[in-house]
Design a binder for this molecule. Structure first.
Ligand SMILES: *Cc1c(COP(=O)(O)O)cnc(C)c1O
Length: 358
């Protein structure tokens, strides 16, 4: 499809923020993509409209019963061209999330085309400073205004765009302090842990706030059944470097299948690291630390990219990983990952998708 999507122009464009002061997710561009679903018409009325408040019934099913899913990806500017990073993976995953919440499927190709046209309209908003990008947030939520628990008959999709600096502000590779959560759990097998649904985040906030109160950046979630096996960190997947090997928990239905995770696995293999996806218990992690075999720990996710872990606290025991410094493997993966993303390095895997000028 190369047909142009209708753009409803806004009267006045916003002033763009100073690139040096960009934070994460606080400023939004002039336009957003909008798509409607009704039972009678299916998905219809795809258009680019001014960014702004939307009208929603107070009885909308998404607010009451949580039929709401989202995605997160980024666009980068390199040599004046704008590229997306593996965007087809995000639309594949949003369909898996939609399916799990009994919401209607999207045409993945059409969505990618719509996203490209939106980003083309907003290409001047894509920042080109170190570590900066245009963060892209697709959401789909139920809009039917009736009480009663059943799948909504109406939905809305929006894609909003936010020019952003690095996720943790300033220093992208500053090691984080992580609290191993041993009371609350994020997800259980058979539940919605593998899906990017809004409610998963609501369910994580109490533990996250408690950990923040104790001086930690994020929590490490353990499995929901035995609270024994490592699952993931906040909004990131987790990796361990053990005796030079790259190890990450195997996807099991309750772990979110991160696209950064998948990319890091492929990248590590292409850099000749041995990669293991397996169950790993938190006790094993601490034992490997004491035997000197745990070399590095890092998290992966679109927002933070690759984020070293400097401290892990389990109950009363704290371990300091790699002297609280960014490890060699973490740094190497980070450099390759961001190099390919931003266009500084070649892209042998074909992960970059250029946004054409329509
Ligand atoms: C989005 C997300 C991730 C990371 O996924 P990416 O595709 O790499 O951005 C990890 N864990 C959770 C819970 C998430 O929501």
């Amino acid at each position: 499809m190369s047909e142009l999507i209708k753009v409803e122009k806004r009267q006045v464009l916003q002033e763009k923020p100073d690139q040096a002061s960009l934070t994460f997710g606080e400023v939004f561009t002039d336009y957003m993509l909008s798509f409607e679903y009704s039972q009678e018409k299916g998905w219809h009325d795809l258009k680019i409209i001014p960014y702004g408040p939307i009208e929603l019934s107070p009885a909308a099913q998404s607010i009451h019963y949580g039929q709401s899913v989202f995605e997160g990806l980024k666009a980068y500017k390199h040599d004046g061209e704008v590229v997306l990073f593996r965007p087809e993976e995000n639309f594949k995953r949003i369909n898996q999330s939609l399916e799990r919440l009994k919401m209607p499927q999207l045409d993945e190709e059409l969505m990618l085309e719509g996203l490209k046209q939106l980003v083309d309209v907003e290409r001047d908003w894509v920042p080109d400073g170190e570590g900066q990008s245009l963060y892209i947030r697709p959401i789909v939520f139920a809009t039917q205004g009736v009480l009663g628990v059943h799948p909504s008959h109406n939905y809305k999709l929006l894609i909003i765009l936010s020019p952003s600096g690095s996720y943790y502000g300033g220093d992208a590779l500053k090691p984080t302090k992580i609290y191993v959560e041993d009371e609350y759990v994020r997800a259980v097998r058979g539940g919605v842990g593998f899906a990017k649904v809004a409610g998963n985040y609501a369910a994580s906030l109490l533990a996250q706030a408690n950990a923040n109160g104790l001086g930690f950046d994020q929590v490490l979630w353990l499995d929901g059944v035995e609270q024994k096996y490592v699952e993931e960190v906040g909004s990131m997947n987790i990796f361990f470097v053990i005796n030079g090997k790259v190890v990450t928990p195997k996807l099991n239905g309750s772990i979110l299948p991160g696209i950064t995770r998948k990319t890091v696995i492929e990248l590590a293999k292409s850099l000749n690291y041995e990669v293991e996806e397996r169950r790993i218990s938190i006790d094993e992690v601490f034992e490997l630390y004491h035997s000197g075999e745990l070399e590095e720990v890092f998290g992966t996710g679109t927002a933070a990219v690759i984020s070293p872990v400097g401290e892990l606290q389990l109950k009363d025991e704290k371990i300091v990983i790699n002297n609280n410094e960014t490890g060699k493997v973490t740094q190497e993966l980070y450099d390759h990952y961001t190099g390919i993303q931003s266009g500084k390095l070649d892209d042998p895997h074909g992960w970059r998708v250029e946004v054409p000028r329509y």
